[in-house]
Design a protein. Sequence first.
Lengths: 199, 177
Amino acid sequence: MKLTSRYEQTSCRLVLEGLPDLSAGHDGQTLGILTGFTLALAGRTELEGKREHLLALMAVVLPYARHLLSGLPRAFGAADEPVAISPGDGGSHTLELRSSQPGTPPLSLQLDDAELADLVRCLDQLRLDPRLALGLAVSPTQPLRRRELRHRQPLAQRLAAPLAGAGTLAVVAALLALLPPTPRPGSSVAPATAVTRAR
Amino acid sequence: MDDALSTPTRPLSRRGIERLDLMLLCAEALDLNGGEAMVWLSEEMGFTTLFPNRVELWKRRCCNPLRRSTRRDALPEPEADALIRILIALADRLYPMLRSLLSTAEPPAITEQRWALFRSRLAELLRERFNLRRGGVQRLLDPEQGPALSRELIQCMAFSAGPGGFDRLKASLMDAS
C-alpha cells in the first residue's frame, strides 16, 4: 500500500514515499510513515533522504526565508546538522547537504532567489497537505524583536540620532556658559528698603 | 496542517502597514488588472463583511502613513489578516512574473527590460497615490536606492506567495519597528 506525495514548483520537485500508519488509525490515503523522499533542485542531481533529512531541510530553509522577508539574511543549520543554508555571493543562497556516510564530502548548491522561492513553496505545500500525518512540525513563526533588527541598520545610522542629541546639548551648554552672570538677589532688594524708611 | 501564527495578538507595526500596502501596489504595477483582481479576490475569499466594496478596501490601505490621503485609524487585526491573505493570493497568481524577475537563468537583457517596465509602473502609481514628501516614497523613486528597495518588495512577495506564506509574512510585518 505504498503512497506517494508529489510537490512541484518550476525548478523544484519534492516526492515523498511512505505508508499509512494503520496502528495510528490512519485511513489508506494518509501518509503516516515516511520511507524516503527525493528532491530535485534546479536541474541538478536528484537528492534522496529519510525523515530526519526532510525535517532538517524544513528546519533551516523555512526560517531562512522568514528572515529574508525581514531583510535579515542569516545562516541556519549547525555544523553537526545534515542541512545548512546561508547567504551566498551576489544575493545567492548556499544550501549545504551533509551526508551521514563517513568520508563523503558535503554537497553545496547555489540557489538564486527564484530557485529558493520554488523550494520554499514546495515545503509549504508539504506542510499544509492534509494527507500527510508525519509530525513534521516546524517552530512557530515569530516577529523579530528590536535587538534582532538592530543590525539591519548601518552602525553610523544607528548612532546618528544619539550623537546629534549629545552634540546639541554640548553646544547649548557652551552658549549658556558664555552668557553674563545674573545679578545676586541681595544687591537689588537693599536700595528699595532704604527709600521706604526715608518716607 | 494549521498555518496559524502562534504569537500574541497585536496590530501590525507602522512599517508593516507600509510594506503591506507597498506590496499590494507592486501587484498593481505587475498586473494592470491588479486592482480589480484585489476586489474580486476579496469577494471570492469571503471578506465582503470586512470590505463590502472597493472603497472600504481602499480606506484600509490608506492606513499607510506614506499615502497622500492617509487615515489615522489603526488597522484592526481581522482586516490586516484579510489584506495579507489577499496579497499572498495575488502573489500566488503573479508568481510566474515574480519568478521571472528574480531568476538569474533568464537572459539579462530581457530581465532588465522587465524590471524597467515594473519600476516605471510602480513609480507612476507612487506619484499618483503617495505623499512625495515622505522619505520612504522618495527612496523608492530615487534612481540609486529605488531598484534595490523595489527588488526587496518583489522578493518578499515571492517568498510569501500562496497559503503557506501567511504566517511567515504576518510575522515579518509584525517585526518591531
